[in-house]
Design a protein around this ligand. Structure first.
Ligand SMILES: [Zn+2]
Ligand SMILES: [Zn+2]
Length: 175
């Protein structure tokens, strides 16, 4: 683990401060391209290369975390400040909504892993993928609509989770 920017003698230049502020204040998980657009609105002189290089530096300096969020956005990475309390990311694989779960279970898991392996955890990232309540309803409807012959649809459904939802669907409950 490398030290903070300060310890490494890296000055918090104006561009670094701009990016750090954007990441810190957004409260969201922004990708590099969005951050570039936002940073440029503040300082038109900033170019893409500088922004990407600065993000890398902030990451290496331990000031921001880089997340892939289950690769929902393809190869994109997302950034958030390290100042936040540890949390898990709960990602909807359909609409891409990201929820943050804070709580004691995460600290408990951390302690259990440390005890079990005699391990000292420096960094932990928890990502959970699935479908939000809204998307579950949409998926259920899509699957019902997909077939007058829902048995055929269920047989060819490549996603096992889809079968679960189908079985819980209103039509099936009636039977
Ligand atoms: Zn969703
Ligand atoms: Zn987060």
């Amino acid at each position: 683990m490398k030290g903070s920017l300060k310890e490494r003698g890296i000055r918090l230049t104006r561009q670094r401060q701009i990016l750090l502020d954007l990441i810190d204040k957004s409260g969201r998980h922004l990708d590099a391209e969005s951050l570039y657009e936002m940073a440029r609105a503040k300082d038109p002189k900033l170019n893409r290369v500088t922004v990407y290089r600065t993000l890398k530096l902030l990451k290496e300096g331990g000031l921001v975390d880089e997340l892939d969020l289950m690769h929902f956005g393809g190869d994109q990475h997302f950034y958030e400040t390290r100042l936040k309390q540890e949390h898990a990311h709960v990602i909807c694989l359909r609409c891409g909504k990201v929820e943050e779960f804070f709580g004691e279970p995460l600290q408990k898991l951390r302690r259990q892993v440390e005890d079990h392996f005699g391990f000292h955890i420096v960094l932990a990232r928890t990502e959970i993928g699935g479908y939000c309540a809204h998307c579950q309803a949409l998926r259920a409807r899509e699957m019902t609509e997909a077939g007058a012959a829902e048995t055929v649809a269920a047989a060819v459904d490549p996603h096992p989770a889809g079968g679960e939802i189908l079985r819980r669907g209103p039509r099936n409950q009636a039977s």
